[in-house]
Design a protein around this ligand. Sequence first.
Ligand code: ZN
Length: 707
Amino acid sequence: MAAKGPGTSEDGIQTRIESTLNEVPTAASLRAYHELLGSEPHVAGTPGDERTIQRIADAFAAMGLVVRRHEFHAYLAQHVDATVQITSPPVATLPLIERALPEDPDTSHPDLPAGFNAYSGSGDVTAEIVYANYGTTEDFEQLSALGVSVQGRIVMARYGENYRGFKARYAEEAGAAGLIIFTDPADAGYGRGIPYPEGGYANASSIQRGSIKTLDYAGDPLTPFEPATANAARLAADEVALPRIPVQPLGWDAAAQIMSRMRGPVVPKGWQGGLPFAYRLTGGEDLTVRLAVRQRRALVKSANVLGVLPGTSEPEKMVIIGCHHDAWGFGASDPLAGTMILLECARSFAELARQGLAPARTIIFAAWGAEEQGIIGSVEWCEANRDDLVANAVAYINLDMAAMGEDFGASADPSLKRLITAATKAVPQARGKEGQSVFDAWVSHTVHDAAAAGNPPTPPVPPEPVFGNLGGGSDHVGFYCHLGIPSCGLGASGSPGTAYHSNYDTLAWYRKVVGDDYQPALMLTRLANIMLARLANEPLLPLDPARYGPDLRIHLQTLEKRARSLDVAVDFQRLRDALDDFEAVAIPTQLRLLEVASSGRSTPPERLRRVNTLLGDIQRRWRHEPGLPGRPWFKNLFAATDPTSGYAAWMLPALRYHLERRDPDGVAEAVELYAEVVVSIKSDLSRIGQLLGLHSLETPAAIESYP
Ligand SMILES: [Zn+2]
């Protein structure tokens, strides 16, 4: 702690810090940041985004933070032009941009881009049509089983189920001439609720933009592992597996013009979408479509902008919180529903620092660039600061689109789950009942959701809501999957609508659908503030490595199920035995850690520092320098992005990899590797136990009282 008045206890200060962090943030301030950053379209690399970067830098500077602009030169895709035409008579040219709405003047802004998929190949093709449902691996397999060839044809696939980049990759691998990805009303439009502007769902002209890059590393395509500086050594662009076929997103009024003219056999069960006619597998030879896409791929300069609040007693240790600043249009929800929170958190801690309560460890508030093109700015920063981050980063919190409703949710590394749960108990629920905490509402809506899905949970004691697994899809990937830093993504959802990656993602949309009271954003700000305060100030780092035990068991069960469905014989006994040994040490150590954390200063600071070092080491045990099989950039053995669908997570990914390849020897080797990690974490925990004066590591009473 920075300033400690005479007679003020450590506890008293932390209480004052947390109450200030609850009181400083306001809905009005969040609204003002939202308005400031959502005032114009800001696609990565455009003048609008450069102005957005400057606005954030100015805001950090006005707070008194140290401002760092981290520039990178990344190989970005820029839309030049595109045409989609039905060329068989009657000829029709289809709209590639949303209709401007008189109800929402922002939707007629001249800088709003046409719909495009970044990293589409450039090309001009005219061909027959095949419909491929969601364009997943299974969908393409089914097409082939039905004897439908996509060779030389243009594939129509609807958004949903997988990351759009995989639709493009599978279409290209199957020999398609091009791909059109459309928003189906069943998935995002009137099948879900009333469309915008009357309601909040996609309307007939809504187009989902987005990157289709699917490399086996995140960040700049030309500089894997290394920062994309001006003079970096770069891969040659033609060595990199970027898409080659033209790919274009459409709204459903445009897509319907093609789909309604298809004359082939009707689709199998589950493939019919929400348009009011029968979906068909093929268009027949009388229906031809021209798809022409021109994009420029070039090195473009953009920047991350960081506001730094240096720590007073352990300045080298860093707690990082971030959200991207670039968007596909105005970005009122993606990303600004998170970026405004980032700024409000920064303002809260800057205010504390002004009161003489600067954090013990450094806090970095980071607004990342070029996330939408493929998680570029944050990854370049991670690669540029790799050694420092691996040695000194305590945790990373991601806020992308965080305030989208009032229903809290989180995806997290096991070691952060206890901290998140504790923070939710300390913050009032947005728009909640008197006295209701985020935790109370979180429990009741997860229990309610599970019951609605037909599997009412038996509440654990104390009940803990379900966390998501952290996979791909946002700026935590560099921190978590590449560097092995414990990370989480915070968010709240539940509003009736989506404007995702469309030109309707405006302030007017946000205020109509998520609300104009900014209570969800305020709730998230307070939650993030408490987590940051504890990570940055508590003498003993609030990490919970014991949680790896129960979480590993759950993931092993899931993998066993997967093995049965793949008909692969696996034996996880060696790992289970290691887990038994681990828990015999982990549970009493964890109880001791909690005791020490709550009793404050009775442990000498030097000893706490050693314990903290060990806690940091435990996290990095998951970091496997050679990387995952086939994906050396992904180094975290605990979790990785799903290499075949993109947004989802693969847990224990080295094990999963060999399992998916039906390779029992590989599985056995991976089991050994994981058992070694568990054993090494166990010995770190034993050291911690010794440092904290834990003599008997296997007290049955202690084990029984473990929740
Ligand atoms: Zn985003």
